[in-house]
Design a protein around this ligand. Structure first.
Ligand SMILES: Nc1ncnc2c1ncn2[C@@H]1O[C@H](COP(=O)(O)OP(=O)(O)OP(=O)(O)O)[C@@H](O)[C@H]1O
Length: 451
């Protein structure tokens, strides 16, 4: 055995002993500390090499000459804050005169290599201040949501972003959303995470599951209404449109009172109403939307038009009445007929899982973020659940939801079954339940919602 082999065996043994003796959090802290030290030590030289420095100010040069001191070197953005996180670190930088946020974004790949990080992303916080997020490993490979998230009413932490931050589905900021993806790409798991996140909140869930109810019916205890065929779906949507009309009347009645009282806020949506008058918000989850838009005969065509018209009306007017749409499908374009592109235009939130062609990706992002189209078609088939999430502002992120099994989602829904509100308009569609809340997941489809 050579001396080198002996040394290697000793190092490996020492590491093995240390590994054995230290818990996982120790190694996490150790790794993050190393990354922080590495970034701080190399900061000046890396920024210079990546072209993120500016020449010293003239007064500094003049002062150096006048005092006969060494000429100052180029200046990198000032570090305002450095925050280690579970996945890496976050730097807040004050840009120097002449620099802009685009310079940092354009250099992010060079920074990634220079600091030996897995990923580097940046965003402008305010004029002259940029946040640079660095991750030490692929956080999307095995998604672990942070123990603490910033949960607010109607805001669900649904997935992890590539930069290690949490991706929220915020219904009050983005009322309606579209989720696309090829078969087996992870749409149902994403939707399941949404239901699990919404279950503990004061919200009514309405499900339209055109896959014969296999995805949403096991979660029935937390649903106020469920439909598993297009005919029932049409009736549910009509009932929701009627509910929307009634809520508008409540908001109007409150407005009149506020108009008479000086300085009182005038209600424009349900969130402006006093808590005791506020109707329960409703999230409508539609799985495999194309099934609602397809027809084979005149009768089905009439039903299809009824469904799409109701969906368009809910998308246009539902927000103020607290009715939010969450639409899932494999494709959602003009090929599905009249009214589809009009509906799509109202779905501000866009999420695309793996798609098989550019046309499908275009359905999600073609009209809002062309570069996200490319990112969506590059999602590898083996990374199920990986998706591109964007909105109409043009910004997008790579995200992945944690792998929540149907059993886990059912348990969460059963635990919060007592929170399921009874909405009089939707009473005929309340799923018929049997057995206790701890009953196992039904192997076969339970009785239809209208039973
Ligand atoms: N976030 C995730 N992390 C890990 N695995 C995932 C994730 N999302 C989905 N998967 C895996 O991919 C498989 C397919 O997911 P899912 O059923 O959600 O796809 P889908 O898009 O709804 O498919 P279909 O349209 O055929 O119903 C799941 O069984 C699961 O094993």
């Amino acid at each position: 055995m050579t001396a080198l082999t002996v040394a290697l065996v000793l190092v490996a043994a020492a590491v093995g002993v240390l590994r054995w003796r230290r818990p996982a959090w120790y190694w996490l802290t150790f790794g993050v500390t190393l990354a922080v030290v590495r970034v701080l030590v190399r900061y000046g030289s890396v920024m210079d090499a990546c072209g993120l420095t500016v020449p010293p100010a003239r007064w500094r040069l003049a002062l150096a000459r006048a005092t006969n001191r060494p000429i100052p070197g180029p200046r990198a953005p000032r570090i305002l804050r450095l925050r280690p996180t579970r996945t890496g670190l976050v730097l807040r930088l004050k840009l120097r005169p002449g620099q802009d946020a685009f310079d940092v974004a354009a250099a992010s790949d060079r920074l990634r290599h220079s600091f030996s990080m897995y990923g580097v992303t940046s965003r402008e916080l305010r004029s002259g201040v940029v946040e640079v997020r660095m991750t030490g490993y692929d956080v999307l490979k095995r998604v672990q949501m942070p123990a603490k998230t910033d949960t607010r009413p109607m805001r669900v932490p649904v997935a992890l972003r590539q930069d290690g931050s949490v991706h929220y589905r915020d219904y009050r900021a983005i009322p309606h959303a579209l989720t696309l993806g090829a078969t087996e790409s992870g749409k149902s798991v994403y939707q399941r995470n949404l239901v699990a996140g919404l279950a503990p909140m004061d919200v009514a869930l309405v499900g339209i599951d055109c896959k014969q109810g296999v995805e949403l019916f096991p979660l029935a205890r937390r649903f106020s209404a469920l439909a598993d065929d297009p005919d029932t779906a049409a009736d549910v949507l009509d009932a929701l449109v009627a509910r929307m009309g009634r809520i508008y009347q409540v908001v109007r009645a409150q407005q009149r009172i506020a108009a008479d009282v000086p300085d009182a806020e005038i209600a424009a949506d349900i969130w402006d109403l006093p808590t005791d008058l506020r109707p329960t918000p409703v999230v409508v989850l539609v799985d495999e939307v194309a099934e609602l838009a397809l027809y084979a005969n005149k009768e089905e065509e009439k039903r299809r038009d009824r469904v799409i018209t109701a969906l368009v009306r809910l998308a246009q007017l539902g927000r103020a009445a607290g009715i939010y749409l969450e639409i899932c499908g494999q494709r959602f374009g003009s090929e599905l007929g009249k009214g589809i592109t009009m509906l799509r235009a109202q779905l501000t939130g866009r999420t695309a899982h793996r798609v098989n062609d550019e046309t499908s990706a275009n359905m999600a992002f073609g009209d809002i973020a062309p570069d996200a189209v490319l990112a969506a078609i590059q999602i590898p088939a083996e990374m199920r659940g990986l998706a591109i999430a964007g909105d109409s502002s043009g910004g997008w992120h790579r995200i992945r939801a944690p792998h929540t099994s149907l059993r886990q989602a059912v348990n969460i829904c059963n635990r919060h079954a007592d929170r399921t509100p009874d909405l009089p308009e939707l009473a005929p569609f309340r799923p018929a339940l049997s057995g206790s809340a701890d009953a196992p997941v039904p192997a076969a489809k339970p009785s239809p919602a209208t039973a």
